[in-house]
Design a protein around this ligand. Structure first.
Ligand SMILES: [Zn+2]
Length: 241
């Protein structure tokens, strides 16, 4: 079975909803296909060298000014009670909430524990809902992440897996990069190669504009270490189906 078929078989809800296999785009990453050097450059969010020199407060002030200008150019009357606070609200939401994952100081603090239970099978954290934003249109990407790892002697609090997903989602993103960033972080944090990440997401830039396709969703997957072996991969895919 090809990876695409395996992935398709893990998506029963989409089949029930009458979504055809052709409607789903699949992107499967294997470590050997990407290559180490490629990952270290392309998996990183393109940032300016002085990205975090300015304080959050100054960023909010400046973004609010610019957002006000955009609204005025669109012809909106900012003296209206309902619109007056919008530039500041949007700026604060950008910096403190939906793009807060750009700043490394907001990365969750992760404590590792000794694997006392000697549990050496895969651990799967599935259906982690996330909200991100497409970096090409700045409209939402809404999806679910499924993550698995096999402990190399260290374990991580379950909620921390969720927090790592949220941290990388809170950036202007592309789904491929989000998938790789989550996997790379977990590999580094857990000091193991045995990590898998599958993301199934809807891109509002595809549904609310452009081709206006409300049915399609995008699946991306990253497998490394033991998860490149068919048996581990299939076991993981069975759990998330
Ligand atoms: Zn887009």
């Amino acid at each position: 079975m090809k990876p695409n078929e395996i992935l398709w078989n893990t998506l029963p809800k989409q089949k029930e909803n009458g979504i055809k296999k052709e409607d789903v785009s699949y992107l499967v990453f294997q470590d050997d296909e990407i290559g180490d050097e490629h990952i270290s450059t392309s998996a990183e969010t393109p940032l300016l060298p002085d990205a975090f020199v300015m304080s959050d407060e100054t960023k909010i002030e400046k973004i609010a000014e610019h957002f006000r200008a955009i609204m005025e150019i669109l012809g909106l009357d900012l003296t209206d009670d309902s619109l007056r606070g919008t530039p500041y609200r949007v700026a604060k939401m950008y910096v403190k909430e939906i793009f807060s994952g750009l700043n490394p100081k907001n990365r969750p603090d992760i404590k590792l524990f000794q694997n006392k239970y000697k549990y050496n099978q895969m651990l799967v954290e599935k259906d982690i809902t996330f909200y991100s934003n497409c970096e090409h249109h700045f409209v939402p990407i809404i999806g679910k992440a499924h993550v698995a790892y096999i402990s190399n002697g260290k374990v991580i609090g379950l909620s921390k897996i969720n927090r790592i997903v949220q941290y990388y989602a809170k950036r202007p993103q592309v789904q491929e990069r989000l998938t790789v960033q989550i996997a790379q972080d977990l590999k580094k944090t857990l000091q193991t190669e045995d990590v898998a990440v599958v993301i199934d997401a809807k891109h509002l830039c595809v549904s609310m504009r452009g081709v206006e396709d409300i049915n399609s969703s995008t699946v991306t997957a990253y497998y490394s270490g033991k998860f490149q072996e068919e048996s581990y991969k299939n076991e993981f895919l069975q759990y998330i189906s």
